[in-house]
Each structure stands twice: as C-alpha cells, then as structure tokens.
Design a protein around this ligand. Structure first.
Ligand code: NAD
Ligand code: MG
Length: 390
C-alpha cells in the first residue's frame, strides 16, 4: 500500500498508545493522516485532538458521557459519531486504510473484528483481541488477506526479526520482560503493594491496566498467548527472559542457532511508526539509541514463584478454546477491582486462576460464545471480590 496520505483510524486516541500514535502522525510530513479518532471518556482530550488533527470522524464511544458533552466547537468538517456501533461502522469506511486498535481490554475486540472483516490493514495494539479470539481472528485475517502488524514492542521485535528467515526455519522466540517494579521485592511483601506503587513502571510509561499487568507479569502471560496465535507457534517455542533495561525487545532463534533481536529505546513510538508505515520505514520522532555511552544489558530467568501469572499464560496458550477469553476478562475485572481498592495486589492472579478452574471449557467457541464467557468471567470476579476473606 503506497497511497499517500495513508489514512489511519486511531481507536483509543486519548490513551497512551493513541497519543504516541498521534505524535508519529504529526511528525510524518503528511504521509500519515488521522482520519478517525475515538475515545470513551476524557472527551475534552478528544475534542482538543479534533482541533489539531481535523479528522473526518470523531467517535465518542460511550453514549452516556458523549450525549451530555457540548460538541458545538468541533471543526465543521468533522462528523461526530456517538451511537452504539459507531466504531464498527467507521472502521469499515472506504477512506480508512489502516486501523490502529489502541482501545484497552476486550472492548477493543468488536472493532478489531469489523476492521479485519472489512479488509483493512491492522496495527494491533489491543493484544486482548488475540488473547480472547486468536484462532478466529487469524482465520478471518487469512480469508480477507489482511496483514496484522503488531504494535506490542515484543511482537513488533519478533515480527521484524522473523524477516531474517522463513517460518519453517524458526526454532522459537524469546519474549523479553522488564520484570516490572517488584522484580526484587521479597515475596511476602507483595501482599502490601499499594495502587500507587503498582502504577509506577521502571522503564515504560503506559495506561493503568497494562501497568498493573506488567507488575503482576500478567502482561507477559497475555503476550505469550498473543504470540502463539499471531506467529502460529507452539507454546513450547515461546520463552520469556527478564531484561530490566527494556532495550532488547525480543529475539527469534532460527534452526541453525542464529539469534536475531530488535533493539531500540523503550519508546512505543518506534513499534507504532513501524506498524503504521509498514512495509516501509521512515524517520520518526522517537528517541534513538546513543551508542557513544557505556551500557550493559542483563538477562535473567523469570521467577515463576514470584510471577504465577506466567504459568496461566502458558496454560491458556496450550489449551486455547475459551481459556484466553476467561483469563483476559477475569484479569481485566480483577485489575479494575484492585484499582478501586477492592482487591489486594497479590490476589489478582489467584482470582484469575480460580475463575479459569471454574469455567466450562469449550475447545471451539464462536465469537458470540466468547463475548458471553467474557461477561461470565467478570461476574465471577465480582463474586470473588465480595466473598474473599479480606
Ligand atoms: P489507555 O488506558 O492509556 O487508553 C485506552 C484507550 O481506550 C483510551 O483512549 C480510552 O478512551 C479507550 N477506551 C477505554 N475503554 C473503552 C471502551 N469500553 N470502549 C472504547 N474505547 C475505550 O491504554 P494503553 O496503555 O494506551 O493501551 C491500549 C492497548 O494497547 C491495550 O490493549 C494495551 O495492552 C496495548 N499496549 C499498550 C502499550 C503501552 O505502552 N501503553 C504497549 C503495548 C500494548
Ligand atoms: Mg509488550
């Protein structure tokens, strides 16, 4: 696709990934254009973006808040979309070339699905879509001949490194993880972790949910599942290593023993601009490596006792079916309860595990069944929160 400008629908434009994407678009010298922007809350931020980027469509995806908002000053050329189903409708518009899915959680699945169904190139940040419905999404993408370019830094690294060989020459991949803020905390101190402590990440600046996921390592668990479907690997081909500097974003190991990695500063603008410009590369606004300064990279094995989420990630990658949807929804609800101070930090992963254990497994669920089980898993967590003996 070399049409210019390339029209990007930025779903979740007020979030951490959305804002970085707009910085990439603003610095693209007109090659990239934000044709649609969406937000759920923080409507003032969405309105401010409309004045800067003049999108064709402005999607306020939460009808409750958007109805009450005063939209009278948005630019004339901008159509406001606020009715239910707006995201799914706009991603199908002919003028849209690439859809960046930067909505957080399972709320991103329906629009991701619609965009693939409409044959749009996908820059995929919403990893939860693949965790919930990996096999269905990859099948649909194949049928519609759609490229899904990962934005997750590890998967972007793997995607780029994969270009050094053929699929059948890949022995496995190694996903790097910073280890989050509690890598060196004593295990029994994890019970007293506060919301404020969990929201400080040592290397990345991200939205709240993924920051908590990084602290529990559930983020890496979700990434194992994401990689399993995106790259069609067995769980045994996927390994995790702790790399506290977050410079080496992941490795691909080939059958001849060569290992190829991708390196860059921990700045999401790099994988975002790679995905938005794919298959081309252009200069962008991200910080660059400074090879004149001294640096050292550490790699350590992951501590499975400290981070039991990893085992859940492998389990869901191995079993497939409904397990990814249950794990993703249970985790989303548990993190939300933690952020509302209704659940303690060290209870998030056991709560998810208990919901996984309780669920009725289905090996080949439909999309509708996955949406249903998502709702069920959230209710189970609410129940767990009410009855847990805190
Ligand atoms: P965020 O919380 O900063 O932003 C989320 C965006 O989604 C906001 O624009 C919000 O308005 C929108 N949104 C929230 N709930 C919604 C709903 N119910 N319906 C429609 N829109 C809704 O999140 P983020 O950190 O930017 O993460 C976005 C996605 O990218 C997540 O799936 C995350 O796992 C993935 N990701 C993020 C990073 C990162 O560095 N932040 C890195 C890798 C992957
Ligand atoms: Mg990641």
């Amino acid at each position: 696709m070399n049409k210019l400008p390339r029209n990007i629908a930025v779903l979740g434009s007020t979030g951490s990934i959305g804002q970085s994407a707009l910085a990439v678009i603003a610095a693209s010298n007109g090659r990239l254009r934000a044709i649609a922007l969406s937000a759920h809350n923080r409507l003032e931020a969405l309105e401010a973006q409309s004045h800067k980027f003049h999108p064709r469509w402005l999607i306020a995806s939460n009808p409750d808040t958007s109805k009450a908002y005063d939209w009278s000053t948005i630019p004339d050329e901008c159509e406001l979309v606020w009715r239910e189903g707006g995201l799914e409708r706009i991603v199908r518009e002919e003028e849209v070339d690439v859809v960046l899915t930067a909505i957080v959680g399972s709320a991103g699945l329906a629009a991701t699905w619609a965009a693939i169904d409409a044959g749009k190139q996908i820059a995929l940040a919403n990893k939860e879509s693949l965790v919930i419905a990996g096999p269905l999404i990859m099948d649909l993408a194949k049928q519609r001949r759609v490229s899904i370019i990962p934005v997750d830094s590890e998967h972007s690294a793997v995607f780029q490194a994969m270009a050094s060989g053929r699929q059948k020459e890949v022995a496995g991949i190694v996903l790097t993880a910073s280890g989050g803020p509690f890598r060196n905390r004593l295990l029994d101190e994890l019970a007293t972790v506060t919301v404020e402590e969990a929201l400080v990440h040592p290397t990345w600046n991200m939205g709240k949910k993924i920051t908590v996921d990084s602290a529990t390592m559930m983020n890496k668990a979700l990434e194992i599942i994401e990689a399993r479907w995106l790259f069609d690997l067995t769980p045994e081909q996927i390994r995790v290593v702790i790399h506290p500097q977050s410079i080496v974003h992941s490795f691909v190991e080939f059958i001849d023993g060569s290992v190829i990695a991708q390196l860059s500063p921990p700045d999401m603008k790099i994988p975002i601009q790679y995905a938005l410009n794919y298959p081309y590369r252009h200069a962008g606004p991200a910080e660059r490596m400074d090879w004149t300064s001294r640096m050292a990279f550490d790699f350590e094995p992951a501590d499975w006792d400290r981070f039991p989420a990893l085992a859940l990630g492998y389990e869901a990658a191995r079993r497939g079916g409904t397990t990814g949807a249950v794990l993703s929804a249970a985790n989303e609800a548990a993190v939300s309860a933690f952020l509302r101070r209704r659940l303690r930090f060290h209870e998030i992963v056991p709560a998810c595990q208990s919901v996984l254990l309780a669920h009725t497994f289905d090996a080949n669920p439909t999309l509708d069944e996955l949406f249903q089980i998502d709702r069920w898993a959230r209710e189970e967590i609410d129940h767990w929160v009410c009855t847990s003996s805190r």
